[in-house]
Design a protein around this ligand. Structure first.
Ligand SMILES: [Zn+2]
Length: 331
């Protein structure tokens, strides 16, 4: 069962809440030169009506808990919210990590559901199950995902398991997500959810499970922005060669999305800013802002990289927040 958003307490904001008065609204639409600005005010007014918390971004990739090996104190939901307040982030997907290859300290779905419970207006929990778990084979997998969804989970991930992307146990996960009707966020590199250059296994998954929205993340995903990607584990620098697997997959499969988080997402867009800007504009309805924030004080490059690209206002709206909300059914 999910608790109605209105019934939940709001985390106190440290930033002023933007309010749209009739006067400021009217002023904003005077003059065609400010048409884009007016559109953005209209959008803000629409969002206020829907009771979305204020903030320019929705972050599709954050974590809580004691994740890094050298940390003993967990990053709490309050820590995450404070950081969001300081970075103009309205809402965030909060992702558990359970596979032994994912990170030193597992963070369970149950923990994420419990910690986000008081703040569900801003923190959007996901669920994850390692498909090698002996208890969740066969029908139990979809059944358990459904139970997590009933408890508030809006998606599956971060799926970061030490198996080939097309391993039968992984296929069962995509099938279960498709049957329950939630998106899946997948980390791809040379150890987790492995594939070949050109991402042929991912292509098969996207065509075999057309009703599950797949969000690609990690070095293997983002190296494939370039036509000359020959390994899936690094952070390649320099010019992007057209003809990469990402362009081809985004063109062919409407169920494929990308998450700009982590070093991999920031690097892929900034290594060749002209290509990165055009790539985002070309696929604006399928690319989402994200950071991979997981420890207090962690530097986050995404906002500066995106500011440097000077994206059109309409592209900023969808990439910074609307796509993320749409994918989890908030709009
Ligand atoms: Zn992550």
């Amino acid at each position: 069962m999910t608790v109605p958003l209105a019934a939940l307490p709001s985390y106190p904001r440290t930033e002023p809440v933007v309010s749209i008065t009739r006067r400021s609204f009217c002023q904003s639409i005077v003059g065609a030169a400010v048409a884009g600005f007016a559109a953005s005010r209209l959008k803000a007014a629409e969002e206020a009506k829907r009771n979305f918390p204020p903030g320019r971004y929705v972050d599709v990739h954050t974590h809580i808990g004691t994740i890094p090996a050298d940390k003993t104190e967990p990053l709490t939901a309050s820590d995450l919210l404070r950081w969001m307040d300081g970075n103009d982030i309205a809402q965030a997907w909060v992702l558990p990590l359970v596979s032994p290859e994912a990170y030193p300290n597992p963070v369970s779905t149950e923990y994420v559901l419990a910690e986000t419970q008081p703040y569900r207006d801003r923190l959007i929990p996901f669920c994850v199950i390692d498909p090698r778990n002996s208890f969740y084979g066969g029908k139990n997998l979809a059944g358990q995902i459904k139970r997590y969804v009933d408890a508030g989970a809006k998606g599956f991930g971060e799926h970061k398991v030490g198996l080939p992307l097309a391993d039968p146990r992984n296929l069962a996960v995509y099938e279960a997500c498709q049957s329950v009707g939630i998106p899946i966020l997948i980390h791809i590199d040379e150890v987790r959810n492995t594939d070949e250059p050109g991402l042929p296994a991912l292509k098969n998954v996207l065509s075999s499970f057309p009703k599950v929205n797949v969000v690609g993340h990690g070095p293997g995903t983002w190296a494939s922005i370039s036509g000359d990607a020959n390994d899936l584990g690094g952070y390649p620098k320099g010019g992007v060669k057209p003809g990469g697997a990402l362009d081809a997959l985004l063109d062919e499969f409407p169920n494929f999305y990308l998450d700009l988080s982590a070093g991999s997402g920031a690097n892929a867009i900034s290594r060749d800013p002209k290509f990165g800007r055009e790539f985002i504009i070309r696929h604006k309805d399928r690319i989402m802002f994200g950071t991979d924030y997981l420890t207090v004080g962690q530097p986050i490059p995404q906002q500066e990289v995106l500011r440097g690209l000077d994206l059109p206002e309409d592209v900023q709206h969808v990439v910074f927040r609307d796509n993320a909300r749409r994918l989890v059914g908030l709009i």
